[in-house]
Design a protein around this ligand. Structure first.
Ligand code: PRX
Length: 656
C-alpha cells in the first residue's frame, strides 16, 4: 500500500512539509475562547472516559448512564443505560427556555426567498411532522429515507424521525435514481420523504421524477411524502395510494408530540459512504455518543457563543451537514444558516452577500470551494464587508497552503482563526483540528487530535512513527461518536476498520508528523478518491463503466486536479467490434452520471486496447496515475507486458 506521497506529486508534499509559518491565536481571541487552557489535552488524555462523561452532562438525559464505556474491540457501548432523545436535546429543551424566540434555522432559498424558524416554531413543525410520520405507520426502529434539496423541511424531517425513534437515511439529492434505489433497499426503508424538485443555478433538479424511477424496484417503501418546493416550475405526477403531499399530511397533525425515550445506543441514522468496493457502506451512528461528540466539538472547535450566527456551507446529504448544520449547532442552541443553492448564482458573490446579510460570525466550508473562489478572483469578496466573521473553518480534504493563506487574508481579513478539521463519515465528529484559543496553526496542517481523541501515525507494521515520520493514520482508542457498525454487514465493519492493526481503527488516510508533532494529512491510501471533498470509490465508477454495453474492462484513478483536489480519469477497453469515438466518451461519462450521480462523472476517458497488469492479473493503478499525471513512471518490473505501458503513454500524450 503506497502512501499518497509516493503516488501523487512528490513536489506538493515536500512543499507542504516545508511550510514554516505559524499563526498563534491573538491575545483577545484567546482570552474569551471557550477552551483556552492547554491543560485540557493532558486532563483528557489521562482520563478520556471522565472527559467524555463531563461533556455528556451538557445534554439533557431522561435517565442517566451507569457506565461511560463498555469496549469489546471493536464493539463499543457508550453511556450504558442512559436514555435521552436527540430531537428533545436539539429543539424542545431550547424551545422551553429563554431561547424560545431565538432563530434556530435561518434559511435562504436560491431564488432569494428566505425563512427564519425560531426554536419555538421548529418545535411545532418537528412535532407536526413526527405525528404525520406516526400516522403513516412509522414506528420506533423503522428506517425512513430522505431525498431532498437544502430546504428547512429536510432538517425538520430528520428531527421528526429522531423524535419518534425512527432512523433516517438521507440520500444526497445529487445522487441518481439508481443510487437512491440501492440505498433504500439496503436500509429497507418504509417511507421516503422527498420534494417535487430543488433549485440549482436557476433550474430545477427534478427530484420526484428520480424518485418515481427509483421506486420501480423498492418493495419496502409504503408511502412517499412530497414537499412542494418548485411547484409549477416542474409539474410532477403523484401515485395514488402511495404519494402524499407534505402539506396534506401535516395539515391535521398536532403540534404536540412527546419525545421517545431512546437508549443511548439506539440507532439515530444510517449514512451511506463509499468504500473500496462497489457497494456503498451504510455507516451506523447511535444516539448518545454521536450527540455528545458533535455538540462538544461544535461548541469548542468553532468557539460558539450564544449570539453567534453560524454557517456551514455543506449539503445535509453528507456527514458534514448532518453533524455541523443540524445536530451539533441545534444541540448547542446555536442559530444555523442553511442555503439552498450554489455559490455562483445569481453571481459569484452570493456567499459573501449572505455573510453580510445575516451577520454570519462563523463560516465553515471546503478547500475545493476556496480554490474555486481564488480562481474567480478577489473582486467578489471585496465587494462585501465580511466584518461579522470571527472564525473560519475548512473540511473534506487537505487544504494547500496557498488556499489557506488566501482564505486567511481575503475572507478572514487576517483576524479570524482558521480551523482545518479532519474527520470522516465514520468518525461522526471532528477528530483532528486546532482549538482556536489554544493552537498555533500552520497552513496545511489540521494540527493535533482534539482532547479525548487518541490518534497516531503508524508504519506498515503498526508501529508508531515519531515526529518527522510518515505512515498511516489510526485512532487508537474508541470515541463516543464512532460508527458502531455497517448496516446489515457487521463483518464488513470488522474487516474494513479493525483488521489491519489490532485494536486500532484504520482511517484509510496517509499522514506525516512534523518535528512539533503536528499532523499533516496526505489523502487516502486506498482506492477511494476525494473529488471536491466527496468520497467516491474507483470501483464504483469502474462498475458503472463496465455496465455499459460497449465496455469490456475499465480502470479508474483519481488524478490531481487544481480545483477539485482529485479528478476522475478512466482507462477503458472496448468490446470487440466497438469503435472508439468522442461521442462514445461522452456517452460513457453520461452513463456514469446516470448510474451514480453527476459528482462521479469522469473528467477524462482514455480508450486503450489493454490495461497494464501484473503477472497475477492485478491492474497497476499506480502506473495509470503516473500516465494520467504525465509523470516519470515508477517501477514497471512486475508488469506482465511492458509494451502496454509504452502504448498508453504515447496515447495519453497525443490526447493531451
Ligand atoms: O481523506 C480524508 C478526507 O476526507 C475523508 C473522509 O471523507 P468523508 O467521510 O466523506 O467525510 C468528509 C467530511 C468529514 C478522510 O478520510 N478529509 C476530510 N477532512 C480532511 C480530510 N483530509 C485532509 N484534511 C482534512 N481536514
Amino acid at each position: 500500500m503506497p502512501l499518497p506521497s509516493e503516488k501523487s506529486s512528490e513536489k506538493n508534499v515536500s512543499a507542504l512539509l516545508d511550510e514554516r509559518r505559524t499563526f498563534p491565536p491573538s491575545a483577545a481571541f484567546k482570552k474569551s475562547a471557550n477552551w483556552n487552557d492547554p491543560a485540557i489535552y493532558d486532563r483528557a488524555a489521562k482520563d478520556p472516559e471522565g472527559f467524555w462523561a463531563e461533556q455528556a452532562k451538557n445534554l439533557d438525559w431522561f435517565t442517566p448512564w451507569t457506565r461511560v464505556l463498555e469496549w469489546n474491540v471493536p464493539w463499543a457501548n457508550w453511556f450504558v443505560g442512559g436514555k435521552l432523545n436527540v430531537a428533545y436535546n436539539c429543539v424542545d429543551r431550547h424551545a422551553h427556555s429563554a431561547r424560545r424566540n431565538k432563530a434556530a434555522i435561518i434559511w435562504e432559498g436560491e431564488p432569494g426567498d428566505s425563512r427564519v424558524l425560531t426554536f419555538g416554531m421548529l418545535e411545532r413543525e418537528v412535532n407536526r411532522f413526527a405525528n404525520a410520520l406516526k400516522s403513516l405507520g412509522v414506528v420506533k426502529g423503522d428506517r425512513v429515507a430522505i431525498y431532498m434539496g437544502m430546504v428547512p423541511e429536510l432538517a425538520i424531517a430528520m428531527l421528526a424521525c429522531a423524535k419518534i425513534g425512527a432512523a433516517h437515511s438521507v440520500v444526497f439529492g445529487g445522487f441518481s435514481a439508481e443510487a437512491l434505489r440501492e440505498r433504500i433497499n439496503d436500509a429497507q426503508a418504509k417511507v421516503l420523504i422527498t420534494a417535487d424538485g430543488a433549485w440549482r443555478r436557476g433550474t430545477v433538479v427534478p427530484l420526484k421524477a428520480g424518485v418515481d424511477d427509483a421506486l420501480t424496484g423498492t418493495p419496502t417503501i409504503e408511502k412517499v411524502v412530497v414537499l412542494e418546493r418548485v411547484g409549477k416550475a416542474a409539474p410532477i405526477s403523484m401515485k395514488q395510494g402511495r404519494d402524499l403531499w407534505w402539506h396534506d399530511v401535516v395539515a391535521k397533525a398536532s403540534g404536540e408530540c412527546a419525545a421517545e425515550p431512546m437508549d443511548a445506543e439506539d440507532m439515530l441514522f444510517i449514512l451511506y459512504t463509499s468504500g473500496t468496493t462497489g457497494k456503498p457502506k451504510g455507516v451506523v451512528h447511535t444516539t448518545a455518543g454521536y450527540l455528545v461528540g458533535v455538540s462538544t466539538t461544535h461548541r469548542n472547535v468553532f468557539d460558539i457563543k450564544e449570539d453567534d450566527v453560524y454557517w456551514c456551507t455543506a449539503d445535509i446529504g453528507w456527514v458534514t451537514g448532518h453533524s455541523y448544520i443540524v445536530y451539533g449547532p441545534l444541540a448547542n442552541g446555536t442559530t444555523t444558516v442553511m442555503y439552498e443553492g450554489t455559490p455562483d448564482f445569481p453571481d459569484r458573490g452570493r456567499f459573501w452577500e449572505l455573510i453580510d446579510k445575516y451577520g454570519v460570525n462563523i463560516f465553515y466550508t471546503a478547500p475545493t470551494a476556496i480554490r474555486t473562489f481564488m480562481r474567480w478572483g478577489k473582486e467578489f469578496p471585496e465587494k462585501y464587508k465580511l466584518s461579522s466573521l470571527r472564525l473560519i473553518g475548512t473540511v473534506g480534504e487537505p487544504i494547500n497552503p496557498e488556499a489557506w493563506i488566501w482564505y486567511n487574508e481575503t475572507i478572514g481579513h487576517g483576524r479570524c482563526p482558521i480551523v482545518d478539521t479532519w474527520w470522516q463519515t465514520e468518525t461522526g465528529c471532528i477528530m483532528i483540528s486546532p482549538l482556536p484559543g489554544i493552537t498555533a496553526t500552520k497552513p496545511g496542517s489540521a494540527t493535533r487530535p482534539l482532547p479525548g481523541i487518541i490518534a497516531e501515525v503508524v508504519d506498515i507494521d503498526g508501529k508508531p512513527v515519531g515526529p518527522g515520520g510518515g505512515g498511516y493514520l489510526v485512532l487508537s482508542k474508541p470515541w463516543p461518536s464512532m460508527l458502531r457498525t455497517i448496516y446489515g454487514d457487521p463483518e464488513r465493519y470488522v474487516q474494513n476498520y479493525w483488521s489491519r492493526y489490532a485494536g486500532k481503527y484504520f482511517t484509510g488516510d496517509g499522514c506525516k508528523l512534523d518535528a512539533d508533532g503536528y499532523f499533516w494529512l496526505l489523502g487516502r491510501v486506498d482506492d477511494v478518491m476525494n473529488v471536491s471533498g466527496h468520497r467516491i470509490s474507483t470501483y464504483e465508477v469502474e462498475s458503472a463503466l463496465v455496465d455499459h454495453r460497449s465496455v469490456a474492462e475499465a480502470a479508474v484513478i483519481g488524478k490531481t486536479h487544481e480545483i477539485k483536489g482529485q479528478g476522475i480519469s478512466a482507462f477503458v477497453t472496448l468490446k470487440e467490434g466497438i469503435t472508439a469515438s468522442d461521442a462514445l466518451k461522452d456517452e460513457l461519462k453520461n452513463h456514469v452520471a446516470t448510474k451514480i450521480g453527476a459528482i462521479a462523472k469522469p473528467d477524462d476517458i482514455f480508450f486503450t486496447a489493454e490495461l497494464p497488469k501484473t503477472r497475477s492479473a492485478k491492474i497497476m493503478r499506480r502506473l495509470l496515475r503516473d500516465i494520467a499525471e504525465g509523470r516519470v513512471l515508477g517501477d514497471t518490473t512486475t508488469l506482465a507486458d511492458p509494451s502496454v505501458i509504452a502504448r498508453l503513454k504515447d496515447q495519453a500524450k497525443d490526447e493531451g
